[in-house]
Design a protein around this ligand. Structure first.
Ligand SMILES: [Ca+2]
Length: 619
């Protein structure tokens, strides 16, 4: 039976609650410290009395197992005992925990650009993410893949997405291919599969998009508890997006609770839910189950926001109306200035120019400005809702006494989304409501990726740069909090990081097969101010768009174009192509990319070329 203790809640009241194993360990630690203090006082007092009585000649006789007798002075015994006691007394609490392995929470958002949230220079209010950044480390050069499914595959397996079978979306299957299978293959192991073996409780709430319809649903890939949607697109219980097509169909799919379809009006979900809030509500229910099971937990919260169709509660949208009449030109400049002031970027990197297909804001009519203001207000409301949902989760962890030893990682799955072109889409009434069909479009997407070039689909920085906030009060040193980490990181690093901090192991055999070896490195040294042990370049491929990064050099191309070479130390915004000046670097990195593509099951792209906003170009 668990011991009972008094727990102080956030509002200062005391309540009696059963303790979890972790709390029991903390309680035992405190009791041990109290006993040691009492024992030290008694020991010091005794030693003083003995020394007063017999001077320095007092000694004790110790007999070993071999019968050897040693005489040891009392003073030496006292000093040794006190040293031992002090070690235990002031040791970090975690060293005496029997159950001190950290909980892990991965919060992934969908199609959000690098600069939207406050900690990366955005003007959208995100107080909860600001607080996570203030208490944690922000990575300024963290990379994802250019697309939803590949990023989720890479994140969960520690492999490049093609190696896990997910070189493209889960609706794209290539006959005979090992890299484009529309599902997670059986040569990949997911983080929850590895952690479950180590005694973790594993749960997810959100968007899967890894081939549920092709035989790889989340409840068969390591999660004990799951509330999920198959592939995104659902925000409200009843959606009827105007001209929706496939979007309309997706919005009418059920949710799934541990694999059982759940009608969108099920009482289990409560009335009038909004998906962004629903995920955190269920995540906390799963946390409570983990605590009842007295297990540490791995929680994966993959939001479908702020991916199209852009939808948010109307009262939230109203808060942001009018703020975006400043226009994309001024707002991009403002984000860029803040990023320099915050140290996120270097002042010598220029802001990437406005896209050739995008008009200057001031050339728009009042009516056009109002339309674009409304469109961006819906997107901003979705980002603010994500922040509110993060706050619910963080405060829920704090109230349960779990925040201190939980590693929280917050990131986006790809860069800003420019699909549908410069104007975006603005159909249905009210805009952002369940009957509307809104896409942000490229004019505004260029604000979300400030200061970089290109978008989702592409391997230029705008498509693959993501925020990464790491927050872990017990694990990140005090002097590293609210700091920026400039070493590059990638999704392939999350599995090694999580194995590192939990002590779980990557299996040698899984489901009768040998898993592919992990590709990344643990990021843990980076939040202690040490160098990462990365020995290999980082690689990308999606729809024929390619990139390789090795140190300061990045080789990148937009299909079917030639390689471009950039020195990211001098030019992270990829303005000055140095391929002609450094043909030897181009040749070396191109050869590395070819070798990687071969070993990583990357298929040659045979599909269409794409516009600058990622739309397919008909042959
Ligand atoms: Ca995405």
């Amino acid at each position: 039976m668990s011991p009972i203790c008094a727990i102080r809640s956030d509002n200062g009241t005391l309540s009696d609650q059963s303790m979890t194993a972790g709390q029991s360990a903390a309680w035992a630690h405190a009791m041990t410290q109290n006993l040691l203090i009492t024992a030290m006082i008694a020991l010091l007092s005794t030693a003083r009395r003995i020394r007063r009585a017999a001077g320095r000649r007092v000694a004790v006789v110790l007999e070993s197992k071999t019968g050897t007798i040693r005489r040891v002075r009392w003073a030496r015994v006292c000093r040794a005992s006190m040293a031992l006691a002090l070690c235990v007394l002031f040791a970090p609490e975690s060293t005496t925990h029997t159950n001190a392995r950290p909980n892990i929470v991965v919060i992934l958002v969908d199609d959000m650009g690098w600069s939207d949230i406050g900690p990366y220079g955005g003007e959208i209010p995100t107080p909860h993410l600001d607080a996570l950044a203030a208490g944690g480390v922000r990575f300024t050069q963290f990379y994802v893949t250019p697309r939803c499914s590949p990023s989720r595959a890479s994140l969960l397996t520690g492999l490049y997405s093609h190696q896990a079978g997910m070189g493209h979306l889960d609706t794209v299957i290539r006959e005979g291919s090992a890299g484009t299978t529309g599902r997670l293959n059986d040569r990949s192991v997911t983080i929850p599969e590895a952690l479950r073996e180590a005694g973790y409780f594993t749960a997810m709430a959100g968007k899967w998009h890894l081939g549920q319809q092709n035989g790889s649903p989340p409840w068969q890939r390591g999660f004990d508890r799951v509330l999920n949607i198959r592939a995104g697109g659902i925000y409200f219980p009843k959606q009827n997006p105007r001209g929706g097509g496939a979007l309309l169909e997706r919005g009418r799919e059920p949710l799934y609770l541990d694999g059982t379809p759940l009608a969108r009006d099920s009482p289990l979900l409560g009335p009038d839910w909004y998906a962004t809030f629903l995920w955190s509500d269920f995540a906390l229910r799963f946390v409570d189950e983990a605590r009842r099971a007295e297990k540490p937990f791995f929680l994966y919260v993959p939001h479908n926001a702020p991916h199209f169709p852009l939808m948010a509660p109307q009262e939230l949208i109203a808060k942001h109306r009018g703020r975006y009449r400043a226009g994309w030109d001024r707002l991009r400049e403002a984000r860029y200035r803040r990023q320099i002031e915050m140290g996120l970027i270097q002042a010598r990197w220029p802001l990437s120019p406005r896209e050739a297909e995008s008009p200057p804001w001031e050339s728009l009519s009042d009516e056009q400005k109002d339309r674009f203001d409304h469109l961006m207000a819906v997107y901003a409301a979705m980002v603010e809702a994500i922040d509110t949902s993060v706050g619910t989760l963080v405060e829920g962890l704090r109230a349960r006494g779990a925040l201190d030893n939980t590693l929280i990682l917050f990131l986006s799955d790809n860069g800003g989304n420019a699909e549908t072109g410069p104007e975006g889409r603005f159909d249905g009434d009210p805009p952002g409501g369940p009957d509307s069909n809104l896409y942000l479009g490229m004019n505004w997407a260029s604000l979300t990726t400030t200061p970089f070039r290109r978008f989702k689909h592409f391997a230029h920085e705008g498509g693959i740069a993501s925020p990464l906030i790491a927050h872990w009060p017990r694990g990140i040193p005090h002097d590293r909090r609210q700091t920026l980490e400039h070493q590059p990181g990638h999704l392939i690093d999350l599995m090694p990081t999580i194995l590192d901090v939990t002590g779980a192991v990557y299996p040698r055999e899984f489901r009768g097969r040998t898993p592919r070896p992990l590709e990344g490195v643990s990021l843990r040294p980076a939040w202690s101010g040490r160098l990462l042990e990365r020995a290999r370049p980082l690689f990308w491929e999606h729809e024929g768009n390619r990139a390789v990064r090795s140190g300061r050099w990045k080789l990148v191309s937009k299909y079917p174009g030639e390689w471009e070479l950039y020195d990211l130390d001098a030019d992270r915004v990829e303005r000055h192509d140095l391929a002609a000046q450094h043909p030897e670097v181009v040749a070396r990195l191109a050869a590395a990319w070819e070798a990687w593509a071969k070993r990583a099951s990357v298929d040659r792209w045979t599909g269409p070329r794409h516009t600058n906003w990622g739309g397919p170009i008909s042959p």
